[in-house]
Design a protein around this ligand. Structure first.
Ligand SMILES: Cc1ncc(COP(=O)(O)O)c(C=O)c1O
Length: 409
């Protein structure tokens, strides 16, 4: 039986391997010290609390073992999310629990949105750089990506205007808080300017916001969805992956009617429904202040990781030419090495020779040929004592690479 000629055009022409997975797989195979993992530190999963919450909901017999009647999500959880986001001032007045749909992480949210609102040949504006697995969803669906440079306070609005003067775009995909990979956050003032453009050029905004609550700053920023108000042109995606655990596969999206109805139908066509048991357990854990308690515990630890990795990188790899942007939250530090031309080749050599893993920058750019001088570091799962060792290995790898073939001065 020969399978190779039977694949759909999607698989044949448009499906990509997740670039980050390739690096991570090689790093794991070689036992490298990971400065690359965009996931929570394993010790910080609230394992005991999760166990207790799962035991409680099972013992109480609340779980429905049939196909769930709660197609959009368990009502208690939807209500809790709306209360929580509302307390933080993140929602416009029109949002009720009925406007939410739980998802298998925000990744599924992106996939549903792309299916729901985009056709092959449509154009979507994306931050350049951006999260590769979101770009992969749009590419899978034959959508054309239009990159707009991301600056430390958000997208380059003038570049957006130039682009919009020439091309019709259907949507703007943005990660406004502690962006992946840069750690940059879009200021509230810039959000207003982008929304003004969205109204003028009639595009919608996909707001992907999984890092918002991993914050080391005093004053939280607002959301696009709140700033858009009754205009209702923003679809918001949230996730429990970074604040509790990605293995739960639980996120949510907020979409105005009639998009919410279409998303619900797509969900049924795709997977029917999600498991109730996980939603009940997360609701039990998060409710009654449990999530705030957990966040209060993990934020200082992530901040210590950020401080340690940033300081070690500057100390050891700074002399090799590394420059870093240090974010106010999230999981990532974005690095630049002006003399480096091919970060992919460097990253593979660094894994092989010095057993240290970083993610090369090119994967994050929608435009081919950019990012050869960029590297993404993830501090979330790197403890302070590993940071020093990781930065030393990185500096050594840079010296070796530069001496070998590394692109001169
Ligand atoms: C910007 C961004 N969006 C979405 C995701 C996927 O998250 P989830 O586990 O909620 O699907 C990630 C994961 O790294 C991410 O960085």
């Amino acid at each position: 039986m020969e399978w190779k000629d039977r694949f759909s055009a999607t698989v044949r022409d448009r499906l990509e391997e997740s670039a980050i997975s390739v690096v991570m797989r090689e790093a794991a195979r070689q036992g490298a010290l990971m400065l690359s993992a965009g996931e929570p530190m394993a010790e910080l999963y609230p394992e005991k609390e999760l166990r207790e919450s799962f035991q409680k909901v099972l013992a109480e017999g609340r779980v429905n073992w049939g196909y769930t009647p709660h197609r959009r999500g368990v009502p208690d959880l939807l209500r809790w999310i709306v209360e929580w986001m509302g307390r933080d001032g993140l929602l416009p007045g029109w949002v009720t629990p009925g406007d939410l749909l739980v998802t298998n992480g925000s990744q599924e949210g992106m996939s549903l949105l792309s299916e729901c609102l985009l056709d092959p040949g449509d154009r979507v504006m994306v931050e350049s750089p951006s999260y590769p697995d979101a770009l992969g969803v749009f590419r899978r669906d034959g959508v054309l990506l239009e990159g707009v440079d991301l600056l430390p306070d958000g997208p380059d609005v003038e570049a957006m205007e130039r682009l919009l003067a020439e091309k019709k775009v259907k949507a703007f995909y943005t990660i406004p808080t502690y962006q992946n990979p840069t750690g940059f956050s879009t200021s509230d003032e810039k959000k207003e300017r982008v929304l003004e453009l969205a109204r003028r050029h009639d595009f919608v905004i996909f707001e992907d916001d999984p890092y918002r609550n991993i914050t080391f700053e005093e004053k939280p920023r607002g959301t696009y969805i709140r700033a858009s108000g009754d205009d209702r042109r923003v679809i918001y995606m949230g996730s429990f992956s970074k604040v509790i655990a990605p293995g739960l596969r639980l996120g949510w999206m907020i979409a105005p009617s009639p998009v919410d109805m279409a998303l619900e139908k797509l969900r049924i066509a795709g997977t029917l429904c999600l498991p109730d048991v996980i939603q009940y357990a997360v609701c039990d854990l998060a409710g009654a202040g449990g999530l705030q308690e957990h966040l209060a515990k993990v934020r200082p630890l992530y901040k210590a990781n950020r401080d340690a990795l940033a300081a070690s990188l500057v100390k050891h790899a700074g002399p090799e030419g590394l420059e870093v942007d240090v974010p106010g939250g999230g999981f990532f530090i974005w690095g630049r090495i002006p003399w480096l031309k091919d970060a992919q080749a460097f990253a593979m050599e660094a894994i092989k020779n010095e057993k240290v893993a970083v993610v090369p920058g090119a994967h994050f750019y929608p435009e081919p040929g950019r990012g050869g001088d960029r590297i993404r570091f993830a501090f979330a799962a790197v403890k302070p004592d590993q940071a020093e060792e990781g930065a030393l290995r990185l500096a050594k790898a840079l010296r070796r690479y530069r001496a070998g073939r590394g692109g001169g001065k």
